[in-house]
Design a protein around this ligand. Structure first.
Ligand SMILES: [Zn+2]
Length: 385
């Protein structure tokens, strides 16, 4: 009898412990593998977040109008839910350490109307990644301009920075009309991975007709020495708008960035657009090696940084007022790159920079050129918020 009571107590205690443990574990962001599989990861990606009310006072030297950020990377959900260390390398993993709602909070905090968003889509989770895009556009149709970003084994030798035209068609067919752009495609060589892919390579020549037929924008990151190849692609596809960024065509001459190649391309090709997204005093900061604390500390004294950035970019932007776009390249390096305090700091700096441009070009650079690109696709203005 006594043994039976002891046994009962043990059974009840074990059951209670298991129930409690299961309850504690359920639904916590970062617990993998989640019982609900990818559905749960995708649900987690849209969980509401507590977004702080921004407290910022801009003076009249700042640009205070609308902004469209034309360079935002959306993190991918994990392709292997059983991997034990997801997100532990500090990189953003959707539904694990970053959410779509964090991106929305970022925009709300800094008062950016919308973003050109590069959504990764790759094997073996193509349908799941496409569902993230579809759900995003259903929830926030005015905040994201979705670009399809499909690399193909770009980390392995023999891989490609992008899929072929046929695979691209299949991805675009899943949700007709969902995507507004194709990119960002990094056409440079990967260390130990894919070789460089020139803009007029066979694979891309087969892709441009697909892009044309669907009325998509193209966003590329050029590789070294691809100026002539890019110009051939621009020349042969004058009805397609190409946006590019990256410093591969910008050599340092006497310690200054020499923008003459970029200017050359913009002057000769009205369908070319350049994205300026490294505005922090000629230093590249949004990369995995830089901590959030270092990033924020960098802006403690913005004046010398502004002077450097204005020296590099002001004349360039003013000489090509209809072809240069503001962006920030956030969302790929670390989850904190979309945090509200980072958003406020970086955005206040961007608004100070834009406020010192010629008043006639400020709005063009901040949002109008981007909006014009969107309008050419849909035929109407869709600037929201
Ligand atoms: Zn990028």
């Amino acid at each position: 009898m006594q043994n039976a009571i002891v046994l009962l107590i043990v059974v009840v205690a074990v059951a209670a412990f298991l129930l409690l443990a299961a309850g504690v574990d359920q639904g916590r962001l970062g617990d993998l593998p989640p019982e609900g599989g990818w559905d749960q990861i995708i649900d987690s990606s849209f969980e509401p977040v507590a977004c702080p009310i921004a407290d910022r006072s801009l003076d009249d030297t700042h640009y205070t109008g609308p902004l469209i950020d034309t360079h935002i990377h959306i993190a991918a959900i994990p392709d292997d839910l059983s991997a034990p260390d997801l997100g532990h390398d500090g990189r953003p993993v959707m539904g694990v350490n970053i959410r779509m709602t964090d991106y929305v909070c970022m925009m709300d905090t800094e008062q950016t109307s919308k973003v050109f968003a590069f959504f990764p889509v790759w094997e073996p989770i193509v349908p799941e990644l496409l569902e993230v895009v579809n759900r995003t556009m259903a929830a926030y149709p005015d905040r994201f301009v979705p670009f399809l970003m499909p690399p193909e084994n770009d980390n392995s030798p023999g891989g490609y920075p992008t899929v072929n035209a046929e695979t691209l068609q299949t991805m675009l067919n899943a949700y007709p009309g969902l995507f507004k752009g194709y990119g960002e495609i990094g056409l440079y060589a990967r260390t130990g991975g894919a070789a460089a892919l020139p803009p007029d390579a066979e694979r891309l020549l087969e892709i441009y007709p697909v892009v044309r037929e669907r009325g998509l924008l193209v966003y590329v990151h050029l590789g070294e020495g691809q100026k002539e190849s890019f110009e051939r692609a621009l020349e042969d596809n004058q009805d397609i708008s190409f946006i590019w960024h990256g410093d591969q065509l910008i050599p340092y001459v006497n310690g200054e960035q020499d923008l003459s190649n970029v200017e050359d391309i913009l002057s000769n090709h009205p369908n070319a657009y350049y994205g300026v997204d490294e505005l922090y005093g000629d230093v590249w900061l949004l990369r995995p090696e830089v901590s959030k604390e270092e990033f924020l500390a960098h802006f403690a004294d913005p004046e010398p940084l502004l002077e450097k950035d204005l020296a590099t970019w002001k004349g360039f932007i003013e000489r090509h007022p209809d072809q240069v776009l503001w962006g920030t390249d956030r969302g790929w390096s670390a989850p904190w790159s979309v945090d509200p305090d980072v958003a406020l700091t970086l955005n206040t700096y961007s608004r100070a920079f834009i406020g010192r441009l010629d008043p006639a070009v400020q709005e063009k650079f901040a949002y109008q050129n981007a909006e014009n690109l969107i309008s050419t696709l849909s035929g109407t203005s869709i600037l929201g918020n």
